[in-house]
Design a protein around this ligand. Structure first.
Ligand code: ZN
Ligand code: ZN
Ligand code: ZN
Ligand code: ZN
Length: 485
């Protein structure tokens, strides 16, 4: 694995044309294609708080405005706040207290406050009273604009509903003109009331029109509040005013002074699963339990596609040849045969893919919109490679992955002009790279290299289609070889 700060020297070309490192790619075992975060569907599985690990369905998360009710972030530095306890000696109730009362008063009471371990901000700084219970009970501030916000929400919901109805009406007319009148109910078994319910809209039409009629739009005013007279003369104390990030962290109040900062309820995180757009199969699916970092399905390219790493290379000079050492790794549990090709020699199977996508889209009415976006995002990769890897006309066989062999120190040094060494499922190759004679000094030296590799598919296909186990797949990588000297 690469360091976080290290640039990606080897990038793979995704089937959508994006260039990504292997660590951010997926591999669909059903389409046998590389997919990336840009060309797959992301779905939210569950919401959870990253601090207390409480999880909740999305309806509850929406009600809570996607925030945890028991965890808070520091309003000053955004670190998670911790709950601290102190013993408080209650004040003497009165001077003429009886003996019994005195005994009771002596008992110290545990009180709790919120504190930031990073910047030392505490809830006492802004005068929030300590709480007698450790969890919950923190005073909630009401948004001063709640009424207006609700009015706006209602108004926009009504508008959305109106537009939806107009669209339905238009579609109905279109079908009627064509002579084949199909209502939405016939097509999907969905009634209008159900559709409104799914969209989270009110079920009666009367409410929506009255919400639009009664809505009072905001008016722009020329008169604005005057600035205080000393605004240019008063010395600014930066310790007392908030930064822009602090102010915008609570958009309802936007405190201008540090003394008005309040704890921020922690935002919820989501667990998401990812789906292949072409075949609708899951590429990743996390376990539901928020405490678990495991996946039920995890089809990462890192486990299925041969990995290419640059070991070293000579400097690239225009019109000259340079040596390049690369390492190939077979991550699969089966023997793999790899052949190096020039990128233009990779057979094009684009048409077939497009057909299969359209077929799967026909199945579901909902994905109709997606087909446009899919076509819009899939394009051939655009890159310029000034360097060219010299052709190697032979196959390389890589053994299957063997976790025990990871501990072996010895690599087999082959007396070979291409293979430098061989070690279980890894292979180091010595390649020759030629830089274009016209390459300008300082230009990025990049070389594209295509791999043809054998892949054994272990999942049987759905239905009674014949199971083809062995496949020949292709992938193209772009190697970053520094700059032309
Ligand atoms: Zn992609
Ligand atoms: Zn929480
Ligand atoms: Zn802090
Ligand atoms: Zn797929």
């Amino acid at each position: 694995m690469a360091y976080l700060t290290q640039p990606d020297y080897v990038k793979y070309i995704c089937s959508c044309g994006q260039l990504k490192p292997i660590t951010s790619l997926y591999f669909c075992r059903h389409c046998l294609k590389i997919r990336c975060g840009f060309c797959i569907c992301h779905e939210v599985d569950s919401h959870y708080c990253a601090n207390c690990l409480e999880n909740m369905p999305s309806s509850e998360a929406r009600l809570k405005k996607n925030r945890c009710t028991s965890c808070f972030d520091c309003p000053s530095c955004f670190h998670t706040l911790s709950i601290r306890a102190t013993l408080v000696q209650p004040r003497q109730a009165s001077t003429e207290a009886s003996g019994d009362a005195k005994v009771e008063n002596k008992q110290a009471k545990k009180m709790y406050y919120l504190s930031c371990f990073n910047c030392r901000w505490t809830s006492r700084d802004v005068g929030i009273p300590d709480q007698p219970v450790a969890s919950g009970g923190w005073p909630e501030r009401t948004n001063p604009f709640t009424t207006r916000m609700n009015q706006l929400l209602e108004y926009y919901k009504a508008i959305a509903l109106q537009e939806k109805q107009e669209k339905l009406e238009r579609e109905r007319k279109k079908f009627a003109i064509r002579g084949k009148y199909i209502t939405l109910t016939d097509k999907t078994g969905l009634t209008g009331a159900m559709a409104r319910n799914i969209a989270g809209l009110p079920s009666t039409d009367g409410g929506s029109s009255s919400a639009i009629a009664n809505f009072v739009a905001s008016q722009a005013s020329e008169e604005v509040e005057e600035l205080p007279e000393d605004v240019y003369t008063k010395e600014v104390n930066l310790k007392q005013i908030t930064s822009m990030a602090q102010r915008l962290a609570s958009p309802e109040w936007q405190p201008a002074e540090v003394s008005r900062l309040h704890p921020l309820a922690k935002l919820l995180s989501v667990k998401r699963s990812q789906r292949c757009r072409a075949c609708d199969h899951n590429l990743t699916k996390p376990e539901y339990n928020p405490g678990s970092i495991k996946f039920k399905i995890e089809l990462l390219a890192y486990y299925h596609v041969p990995e290419v790493k640059i070991i070293s290379h000579e400097s690239m000079k225009p019109g000259e040849k340079a040596a390049l050492l690369v390492k190939l790794t077979n991550p699969t549990g089966h023997e793999m045969t790899i052949k190096l090709l020039q990128p233009e020699d990779v057979p094009i199977v684009e048409e077939e893919e497009q057909k299969s996508i359209e077929k799967s889209l026909e199945k579901s009415l909902n994905l109709e919109k997606d087909s446009y976006s899919w076509r819009a995002i899939c394009r051939p990769a655009s890159y310029s490679a000034l360097c060219r890897v010299r052709e190697v006309t032979r196959d390389f066989t890589l053994a299957q992955r063997d976790d025990a062999a990871e501990y072996d120190d010895d690599a087999r040094h082959d007396a070979d002009d291409v293979i430098v060494w061989r070690k279980s499922n890894k292979l180091a190759l010595r390649l020759e790279v030629e830089t274009e004679a016209s390459a300008a000094s300082g230009a990025p030296a990049r070389a594209a290299l295509a791999l043809q590799y054998s892949y054994r598919n272990t999942v049987p296909p759905a239905g009674n289609q014949p199971h083809q186990r062995n496949h020949t797949l292709y992938t193209t990588v772009l190697l970053d070889l520094g700059h032309v000297i």
